[in-house]
Design a binder for this molecule. Sequence first.
Ligand SMILES: Cc1ncc(COP(=O)(O)O)c(C=O)c1O
Length: 400
Amino acid sequence: MDAQTLQHVQLFDKCTNFTKAREVQRTGLYPYFKPISQSEDTVVTIEGQPRIMMGSNNYLGLTHHPKVLEASRRALERYGSGCTGSRFLNGTLDLHEQLEARLADFLGKDGALVLSTGYQANLGMISSLVGRSDIVLIDKLDHASIVDGAKMSYGQTERFTHGNLQQLERLLEKHADRGTMVIVDGIYSMEGDIADLPALIALTQKYGAALAVDDAHSIGVLGPKGDGTAAHFGVIDDVDVIVGTFSKSLASIGGFIAASESIIHYLKHHARPLIFSAALPPANTAGVLAAHEVMVQEPERRERLWANTARLQSGMRSLGFEIGPSETPIVPILIGTLENTFRFWRKLFEAGVFTNPVVPPAVPPSECRLRTSLMATHTDEQIDFVLETFSQLGKATGII
Ligand SMILES: Cc1ncc(COP(=O)(O)O)c(C=O)c1O
């Protein structure tokens, strides 16, 4: 059937009526889906020009580390290009089990489970553990995968204002007779602030609720060994479940859940995103094992990441940019309206600096921002160039 003979299908009206992105594309300011044709760690080539990458989650700069690349190559040769099946059936490798043992030990938990993305880890963890009569309480700035995991569960969901522990306590009190999970991001991905785990633990313990922490942005960044938010606060035993990803500091793709033996055993037999999706490929699994080893052996990378963070944050603040409550390598630069944000993004891009624009619905319409993030491998010269570029363009456009 060709296009002319196709009947009108009402279902697709939403697609033909969706014009917002096309309108921005016509202005030449559309900032999304920019293809990278080459990557050299902190510098990427886009549209034929080198740009300093200020939007990556590659916090430790390990995506090009020779040990990571070599481990991936060896796994590719030994196991092939993919697992072609679920962990549950034909897709489990000895490498997955090595990685699980490594993560459990590293995070101070009995066990860990490796999934194919961090997104799936949250879907699987929440939808399996929050049953029909249970409730999950989520911070309004929690990652979308937590929101989606809550939607996928049969339980009830309630949200509390970001970091508002009085509101959380009222919810805990109201639902004290039910199975309850509180879930927070360790580091919030758009704000760069850290969850107050000691205060959250005091509340969850008072009301007999479980506490889960999404450490996607904290592994490799917080904690004495890069072991995350609970380790940072010295409260590992008081956090019931730690979820994370390999797509940031661990320089690959994939996700994990770390918890007690009985929780992990239960998830192995109930988490649909684990059971009904193919396993993490060999090269990625071996790459994560190698990246983790480098992370432990080279703590100076984390030190360098924090030095870079201090340089960018103090530079931005002294130039007069608003960076909100950020206290980590995630440094959002508040711009204001969507149009100003896209215009400023474009000017930075043309000047050789790549950032990530964050606009509604991720943030309120007046709080659009450019999300920047540091890597351990950014040089002082690169950070100073970024600051100088922000300064010149910020003044030229009246943002500062
Ligand atoms: C807080 C948080 N959780 C989970 C995820 C999902 O991780 P992945 O990219 O591995 O699917 C992300 C990634 O953006 C994240 O920022």
